[in-house]
Design a protein. Sequence first.
Length: 132
Amino acid sequence: MNDYYENHENLIWYLRDTWLVFKWSIVHFWVDQNPHFGNRVTSRVESAHSTLKRYLQVSTGDLRSVLEKIDLLLLNQHQEHDAALETARQRIPYDVNIPLFAELIGKITPFALRKNPPSASTPIQFTSTRMY
């Protein structure tokens, strides 16, 4: 196999200098042919497993230390999620800062407002302070 490459040195230089500089663009083109909605891992379980492994750091912990680290992981993820929701509630993007949404601003996220905006003919009824 090495003899083959040695005989085609010009081809190797051409591929490396011309096409390999675009390798990430080619990969993104290939991946983005199918809708994946931002999910580029093979499964959610693999992603969760990877996150858990980063928290555990070692594979030789006893059951108590493993459970404590899992508890810490879940607590941190919950806090990060709450902080992200609070930030989303406090920021008011210009596209949702309209009189129609006046009663909803700060109570639900801008993402939720964009997802299913109420029509002008439907009165807005909001009775809960819980964020969805």
